[in-house]
Structure formats: structure tokens, C-alpha cells
Ligand binder design. Sequence first.
Ligand code: 4AD
Ligand code: MG
Length: 431
Amino acid sequence: MSSTPLSEIHYHIGTPITLAGWAYNFRSSGSIFFVQLRDGTGRIQCVISKKDVSPETWAACAQLTLETSIEVTGTVRAEPRSPTGYEMSVTGLKIIAQAAEYPIGKKEHGVDFLMDHRHLWLRSERQEAILKIRDEIVFSWREFMRKKGFILTDSPIFTPNACEGTSTLFSTDYFDETAYLTQSGQLYLEATSAALGSTYCFGPTFRAEKSKTRRHLTEFWMLEAEASFYDWQDNMRMQEELVVYTVQQVLANRAAELRTLERDITVLTTTIQGAFPRVSYDDAILQLQKLGSDIKHGDDLGADDETILTKQYDRPIFIHHYPVDVKAFYMKPDPANPKQVLNDDLLAPEGYGEVIGGSQRIDDLQLLEDRIKQHKLPREAFEWYLDLRRYGSVPHSGFGIGLERAVAWICGLDHVRETTPFPRLINRLKP
Ligand code: 4AD
Ligand code: MG
């Protein structure tokens, strides 16, 4: 089949071409028939005049149902009144496969219905736009990491132990043992960064999150970076640059999709530029208390606290120096105040909250052994990780950025369920 993708029609104005796609809408007015065609790369209106086509083509029009796959031949011309800028005058239309009655109609459907039909819902203009922006973000991340000299070293998905706490582990039979689905590739990255200097991994991550919130998935994608001879401040600068680069790339390459989503891009175009405010945990607690939160010093920030706090700023903010007790075992305590760790959470603006978690890691063997004990983690499973402190330990830091949360924020979505083709949530494993 040699059809022209809609993304390339501007090269073919005025010459006969064939398009192939799906009829996502149509209407007739007497002797003229209008078909809205989409092929994944674009959308166009095709106009069929009874007088210009064969009786077979005219008859095929009458058979069209929503999402019928078709081939249309004709000539494309610029049409300023059309949202896509072009229109096709059709000389022939052929049905490839007629669609049965399409379950997603023009009427409003509830979220559960749409999620049950996710495999079809993906065809909507909105979902198409979100997935294209997701693709753009992924590409920009890989490009950014390469430009910064980080080497991709993927971490395993089957793991023998927890990285981010034992309460959110999925376990699975692994022959005669139990394996856990990875919560984070970080521990393995610490090994590869001692081999290659600066490394990253990017893959699926699993958390048995019991929370039913707009920002938790049980399976999500995370890009994690790890760098030797990096302290927690270098770490924040790197995160800042990554976020700025990502937003610039999306604005440059996916402006049309942002318009489709009716995303108000004021924040994206004006404040995602340079140094994001660094707010200490202590300051954050004081601010929150003034704003009416009942949070106490020593508590972790809840989702609501993050939302309230981000609304005080017009750009992303770092919260650093969390209490040791609310964070993971591997975070390095600040030598000047060992009750707090050299970590940061990056909170996205506009109420979105945490998109990145990062920290400097404990590089001292004894301290790391103590922390493993305090966290009641199985020592044997961590022997290899302790080796990294036995053989040439160095100051090192890293972070993880959640893809779905980044997509939700950049697209301006109110739930992560639309950020990934087939979301996995506490109450959803299908389709
Ligand atoms: O803050 P987290 O748990 O950090 C880590 O896993 C570190 N080991 C990363 C590192 O330093 N290499 O998770 C990092 C990010 C969060 O900020 C969030 O964006 C995302 O991963 N995330 C989730 N996204 C969707 N659903 C969930 N249940 C998520 N849990 C974390
Ligand atoms: Mg976190």
C-alpha cells in the first residue's frame, strides 16, 4: 500500500494522492458527503461530491460507520477555515474494514466506561495529543542525558530486595525463591556509576501503592540518574536543567498538542527557566503551618501540603533537608545536622507536587550498615551494595523523575490515568 501520511500532505498540494485511515466522523448534506479522517499523524476533512465520483464510491459513503477504516484518493488543498489547514476533494473512496457500532459516541461517558474502553479511547484527539507529548518528553530526556554525558545502564526489574521501603513491594515467585518487582533502579545505578562515572536508567517501576489518588500508579516509568563526585547541590542543578530542557522541547515541538489539550501555557512559557527556589524543609513546615495546615515538624509532606505549598510559587520548587526518619535508608545525613538528610523533592507548580525525588547517598560503610539495621532490611541482600562503600567509595548523588507525573503536569491533566496508554492503578488491571 502506498498512502501518504497526513503529516506529509503539505508536500503534495494539488497532486492526486491516496490517504489511509479511520473515519472518525462524517455527515452528508444531499449530494455532498464530508468524512473526517485520522491516521494517527494528523486529521483532515475529505469532501465527496456525488457528481465527481463513481456510483461505487458514493455507495461506500452511505455504508460508513464511525471508525471504519478507509482509503481515499483525491487532491489536497490548503483550507484556512479548517482546523488542520487542509481539505481533500475526493475522487475515490474504498472501505478497508467496516466498523461495528462504535461504543464511544459523542455523548459524555463516565471515566469508568472510558477506562474500560481504553484500547479504543486512545483514538480520541485528546488521548493522541497526550501520548505524543509523552513521547516528546521521553525523547527529550534521553537526548538531555546523552548531551550531559550520562550512560544508559538499565537496572533489573526482578530484584531480591526493597529499595524504597518494604510496604509497597510486589512479590512474585521466582523458581524456588521470592523476587520483588523493582521499586527503583537506584541501587544498581550506584554500582554502574562507580564503573562509568555518570549513568542513568529509564524503565518501568512498581509500587504496591494502596493509595487511590490522582498521582499514584502501581506501575510507572521513572528516569533515574546517578553521578559520582556529585553532591546534593550539583544534583539539584542537574534536575533543574532537565526540567527546563523538557519544557522547552515540548513547547517547541508539541505546541499543537498543548492547544488541543487547552493547556494554559503561561507558567510553562514564563517561569520554567532558571534557578528554582530552594526551600528548606524547616521553612516549608513553617509556611504550611501559617497557611493553616496541621502538619508538625518531623512529619512527611502529604499530597495536600504539597499542593498548598506549590500554589505559593509561580514555578517549581525544591524542598530539601527532610528529616532522616521520613526518608529512605540510603540518604546521607547532613554532617552539620545529622537529623536531616541531603535530599530534595522537586515539586511541580500549579498544585501538581512531587515529580522528582533525589539525594546525596551515604558513602560511609559503617553508617550505611547501621541504617540497614535500623530499617530492619535483610543484610545479606545488601552485601553487594555495601561493597560499593568498601572499594573506593566516593560522594555521589542521584534522583528519579516520574514520567507520568511529568506528563500530567506538562499536559495540565488532573489525573495520571491518562498519561500512559494502559494505566495500572490499585483498582485497575484491565484492559
Ligand atoms: O521519590 P521516589 O520514591 O524516589 C526514588 O525511587 C529514588 N530511588 C529515586 C532516585 O533517587 N534514584 O520516586 C521518584 C519519583 C517521584 O518523585 C514520582 O515522580 C515518581 O517517582 N513516583 C510515582 N509516580 C507514579 N506513581 C507512583 N506510585 C509513584 N511513586 C513515585
Ligand atoms: Mg519521593
